[in-house]
Design a protein around this ligand. Structure first.
Ligand code: PMP
Length: 386
């Protein structure tokens, strides 16, 4: 089958696996073992990976905290800042289209006595910068707005957001999971104070991720959410996942080298797919098309159910629908609802996530299969009248 669900997870690049392999059996040491060469070898590998990761986002290696993934990094950023800066204030600003790992961490913070403002987005998925600035109070400690959205690919105006945050002395955290490795992200130029991302969205392994925590102008700290041996400068204890970290480092290096040409290749393929599917009547692209990740498009085909539509081709093409959401429920996507889509259009959406191993032939096949399925389903639909 053709894999077009790269926003859910990416296949691992074989070059990443190759880098990881020695660190399972042969070089198995604990990176925190300071007394022998087994530990030194592991520590050296982690140090090298930390450099590779830092380089991709314009950070210093010391600013990289390894975690088990972006979910953990999001929790550490939000809860960690909330706790660390409690004496300054208890207010966090985020938006309604964030990943559940942000929204649910915010709900937890509300239970702990925090106050959270959930900004609505405009119909194109972007936040309103005026609303953001108006939401800031003297109790605000953090703005949490994602870089690129996982469902619609929309890229938020990160530099404008960070400028507002800075002006008011508020920290800025961004969930970079879908953006890092796909588009140029530079924590200095972008004014980012904290940023999460994940190995398995960038052709690296699952179960490893990063929280970038700025160390200069300003020096940022988060309260550990995992206590123990004091690893990762005390911010995240636990024996390091050495093979995973080595893999993530290699994945970052590959993205660094190939991002530019890949971005061009993917956006050309994505645009071709989109243009062809827009030939179908009553098809709509969801979200801003200009400020968008190069590999993502989300399209609603009115009068057909996304789930039903997928049944027509899901043996051959793997992708996601806005009606098959995070849980087993058939609630339409809250992200699409936040753009103002009705249940019908939200339910009739498909998310296309292209990736490093997507080919032009696969796009041709997909255009055909989806067009045929939509037309066939509409013929049978009582809602569709000619
Ligand atoms: N944030 C975003 C924007 C994501 O797309 C994902 C993955 N679905 C996550 C966070 C969670 O990442 P992980 O799977 O590494 O926990």
């Amino acid at each position: 089958p053709i894999y077009l669900d790269n926003n859910a997870t990416t296949p691992m690049d074989p070059r990443v696996l190759e880098a990881m392999l020695p660190y399972f059996v042969e070089k198995f040491g604990n990176a925190a073992s300071r007394n022998h060469s087994f530990g030194w070898v592991a520590e050296e590998a982690v140090d090298y990976a930390r450099e590779q990761v830092a380089k991709l986002i314009g950070a210093d290696a010391k600013e990289i905290i390894f975690t088990s993934g972006a979910t953990e990094a999001n929790n550490l950023a939000l809860k960690g800042v909330f706790e660390m800066y409690a004496s300054k204030g208890n207010h966090i600003i985020t938006c309604t289209t964030e990943h559940k790992a942000v929204l649910d961490a915010c709900k937890h913070i509300e239970k702990m006595g925090g106050q959270v403002t959930y900004l609505e987005v405009k119909s194109d998925g972007l936040i309103d910068l005026g609303e953001l600035e108006n939401a800031i109070t003297d109790k605000t400690v953090l703005i949490s707005i994602m870089y690129g959205n996982n469902e619609i690919g929309v890229i938020q105006p990160v530099r404008e957001i960070s400028a507002i945050a800075r002006k008011h002395g508020v920290l800025f955290f961004t969930d970079g999971t879908q953006a890092v490795g796909k588009v140029p992200v530079d924590v200095i130029a972008d004014g980012i104070d904290l940023m999460s991302f994940s190995g398995h969205k960038m052709y690296g392994p699952k179960g490893v991720g990063v929280l970038y925590v700025r160390r200069k102008n300003p020096r940022v700290k988060v309260t550990a959410q995992m206590d123990g041996g004091g690893h990762e400068r005390g911010m995240r204890s636990g024996t390091l996942n050495v093979p995973g970290i080595v893999g993530l480092g290699k994945a970052c290096e590959l993205c660094m080298n190939e991002m530019e040409s890949e971005g061009t290749r993917l956006s050309a393929m994505r645009d071709r797919l989109e243009a062809a599917l827009m030939q179908v009547e009553e098809a709509y692209v969801n979200g801003n098309r200009e400020h968008r990740l190069p590999h993502t498009t989300n399209i609603s085909f009115k009068y057909v159910e996304g789930e039903g539509l997928m049944m027509g081709f899901n043996k051959n093409i793997a992708l996601s629908s806005g009606s098959a959401c995070t849980s087993a429920s058939l609630e339409p996507s809250y992200v699409l609802k936040a753009l103002g889509l009705g249940d019908d259009l939200a339910h009739s959406s498909l998310r296309f996530g292209l990736g490093r191993f997507t080919t032009d032939e696969q796009i041709d096949f997909t255009i055909n299969a989806i067009t045929t399925s939509v037309l066939k389903l509409r013929e049978m639909s009582p809602l569709w009248e000619m």
